[in-house]
Design a binder for this molecule. Structure first.
Ligand code: EPU
Length: 409
């Protein structure tokens, strides 16, 4: 695989920034929005609440939530995606009321939102559950100190959303430090909020009376970039991955260097040159700046053809190895015990029919298909389409033999 690929805007930033626009009375011009299914679903959600949301050109989305007249997001609407929980923080922050069904999304075992609720309650909301619907209401929201018991990206962002218009100062301790947490804070600040400390484990939000419209450009997608970097390493390729922030890629770059790839960093791009021999490696996924859980399946695919035995420990989710059964169909030799996978490197993978079990597992299957000898067909592409923009087109432009087949049934 050789050539250049341009990375799209970050999915996990976009799926929070679009709901965050609910807090703004005025036009938010959001640039570098990835054209993925999760974004389409969120746009539909915002429109059904009474906002306007239109693309201007390919990747600039203009949202005006001034006219929102509903605080209710029913199950039919939210079941398709996890990030719909950001509607709770945003609607509560602006209208002091949110009525949102429990979200769907990829299944990695239990996905509680207790820390989000703890934060809303600390700000003064009364939160109840009724038949799978979260109802949050408040007379007013008042800044306070919130200590997160677990480092949660979603809870950190959701509490920021609920707190930007609250009275006084809110602090979030043990906050998540992911690049997209910083991106949401920067978006809110561009609209007039006062959020400081994002990117550290202590975030301080001084409530402001209102947010106004403005323009903001979403950061590049760390995980899409990592997926192409791993693809280059796994196929002995030479790929320049453009529109990235190399700092966000440090844990992935370091691991790729460890397995023997050459990684060259430039200002806003990274070149990865794969080596014929892939060395074994051990990985534990952790919150940022640790190795990202959302890159775990892609790395396991790479290690499945490494020399020797590697161990991967999933440190974030209870159950994120469902895709391994599919990978074994291609000839990988992996033993999973709970949150640990032991990978005996094999000489090569053989093409076979597999399915995407979830978004990143699906990305792993595409990588596996690219390195396998013979043909691999992957079904359940709806998972991949949730979070990757034109994945097959980008791989094809690097010389991969990959195409999407539309089936009638
Ligand atoms: N957790 C709790 N209580 C909570 C919230 C989280 O116990 O109230 C636990 C979770 O069970 C998990 C850990 O804390 O064990 C981390 O969860 P976190 O809240 O950080 O995850 P999230 O916000 O639901 C986001 C991404 C995921 C990514 C994780 C971890 C979005 C929409 N999703 O999920 O991305 O895996 O952070 O980095 O931002 C993906 O893109 O494929 C994806 C799944």
């Amino acid at each position: 695989m050789a050539g250049e690929v341009t990375i799209s805007g970050a999915k996990n930033a976009a799926v929070a920034i679009i709901p965050a626009a609910i807090l703004v009375k005025g036009k938010c011009v959001i640039e570098n929005v990835p054209r993925i299914k999760d974004v389409d679903v969120l746009i539909d959600m915002l429109r059904s609440l009474g906002a306007t949301a239109e693309f201007q050109g390919e990747t600039t989305l203009v949202v005006d939530a001034t006219g929102i007249n509903k605080c209710c997001a029913p199950y039919e609407m939210v079941r398709k995606m996890r990030a719909s929980y950001y509607l709770i923080g945003a609607l509560l922050g602006r209208f002091l009321k949110a009525d949102v069904a429990m979200p769907g999304g990829c299944n990695f075992g239990s996905r509680p939102i207790d820390q989000h609720i703890k934060g809303f309650e600390a700000l003064g909301a009364y939160v109840s559950r009724d038949a799978g619907v979260i109802i949050a209401e408040a007379d007013h929201l008042t800044g306070t100190n919130i200590y997160l018991d677990v480092v949660s990206v979603g809870a950190t962002i959701n509490i920021m959303l609920a707190a930007v218009l609250a009275d006084g100062i809110t602090t979030i301790e043990n906050a998540a430090k992911e690049p997209h947490v910083v991106d949401i804070a920067n978006f809110l600040n561009a609209m007039g909020a006062q959020v400081k400390g994002a990117g550290t484990d202590l975030i301080r939000i001084t409530g402001v009376p209102a947010l106004r419209g403005g323009t903001y450009s979403i950061i590049p997608d760390q995980i899409e970039a990592g997926t192409f970097m791993v693809a280059a390493a796994a196929t002995q390729g030479n790929v320049l991955v453009k529109n990235v922030i190399p700092k966000h890629m440090e844990s992935v770059s370091a691991k790729l260097a460890e397995i023997g790839a050459t990684v060259e960093e430039y200002d806003d791009s990274i070149r990865v040159i794969g080596s014929p021999v892939i060395h074994k490696a051990n990985i534990k996924t952790l919150p940022y700046p640790g190795f990202p859980t959302d890159m775990q399946p892609q790395m396991v695919v790479l290690l499945s053809i490494a020399e020797g035995t590697s161990m991967v420990v999933e440190g974030v989710w209870d159950s994120r190895f469902q895709y391994v059964d599919e990978l074994e169909r291609l000839g990988a030799n992996i033993r999973v015990d709970g949150k640990i996978a032991v990978i005996e490197g094999v000489d090569h993978l053989e093409g076979a029919p597999v399915r995407a079990t979830d978004l990143r597992g699906g990305a792993g299957m595409v990588l596996a298909g690219l390195i396998a000898q013979g043909e691999t067909t992957i079904t359940d592409l709806q998972y991949i389409d949730r979070g990757y923009e034109n994945m097959e087109g980008k791989f094809a432009s690097l010389g991969a033999d990959i195409k999407r087949i539309i089936c009638d049934d």
